[in-house]
Design a protein around this ligand. Sequence first.
Ligand SMILES: NC(=O)C1=CN([C@@H]2O[C@H](COP(=O)(O)OP(=O)(O)OC[C@H]3O[C@@H](n4cnc5c(N)ncnc54)[C@H](OP(=O)(O)O)[C@@H]3O)[C@@H](O)[C@H]2O)C=CC1
Ligand SMILES: O=C(O)[C@@H]1CCC=N1
Length: 270
Amino acid sequence: MNITFIGGGNMASALIGGLIKQGFKGASICVVDISPENLQSLHARYQVQTFAELGSASAASDVIVLAVKPQQLHGVAATLAPLLQQQLVISIAAGVRANDLSRWLGGYRQLVRTMPNTPAMVSSGMTGLYALPEVTTAQREQAATVLQAVGSTLWLEEESQMDAVTAVSGSGPAYVFYFMEAMQAAATELGFSPQQARTLTLETFLGAARLAAQSDEDAATLRARVTSKGGTTERALGTMEDAGIKASIVQAIHAAAVRSRELGDALGKE
Ligand SMILES: NC(=O)C1=CN([C@@H]2O[C@H](COP(=O)(O)OP(=O)(O)OC[C@H]3O[C@@H](n4cnc5c(N)ncnc54)[C@H](OP(=O)(O)O)[C@@H]3O)[C@@H](O)[C@H]2O)C=CC1
Ligand SMILES: O=C(O)[C@@H]1CCC=N1
């Protein structure tokens, strides 16, 4: 399978890194980006083919992944439209609805909208997928092959669910990193070196995530198992509850979903 990425930024580089790790050859991946630095760095890291602009050579792939910012997608789609024949188009852009993108592509319907996340780079991605009704079973499998190569996938029946996927797992790694930053800052304040603070924090996240993944018990039960009566965890969690942290996280994720819908509404007017 030959894949062209249009846009070679953060998310494209995470997906390409994951694909290469899974055995995809750099030579079968093309990247089109307007930034020469991005192209040089991707070529140096993964030996992918690079193009400064989209032309018939770069669009001749089996799969075209649209990996530019949502606000850049309309312009890219207009350039791509005349080059489309039977390639499967996969969009990873937040907010942009499949029917709007299809309209920008001159009515092209072989289109799967997805929402991956950056852990794809280490084969631990989580991707939501939604296919237009015209997408064939073979094309759905093709899309799943690309995204399953870099992690887990979830097909959505309703495109509106994509706003929630974006808010939970698309943006989610950033929430986890934010929590990690706070834990590392606390560990440093409590006397550890930055390296020690990183190890303590990372191993705790990895261990807790593995435990949760392998356990039959839900997160609340696992949390209760750490929380001894009158102990240290109880004091920490009480402090977090008093500060309304859980409610804030829930509110933040709702805000992200609203932003995804807003992007879709605004760009849908173009
Ligand atoms: N980052 C993430 O965790 C995730 C991002 N996404 C989605 O992925 C998409 C890309 O995000 P991200 O990688 O973070 O963004 P980046 O800005 O890092 O990458 C986009 C790249 O596309 C380039 N570009 C702009 N216009 C063109 C063009 N006409 N032709 C080719 N390349 C172009 C940009 O250049 P320049 O910077 O000069 O404009 C930039 O290098 C977005 O739509 C986002 O919603 C989805 C899931 C997760
Ligand atoms: O922040 C964003 O808009 C993109 C979509 C999900 C993660 N990053």
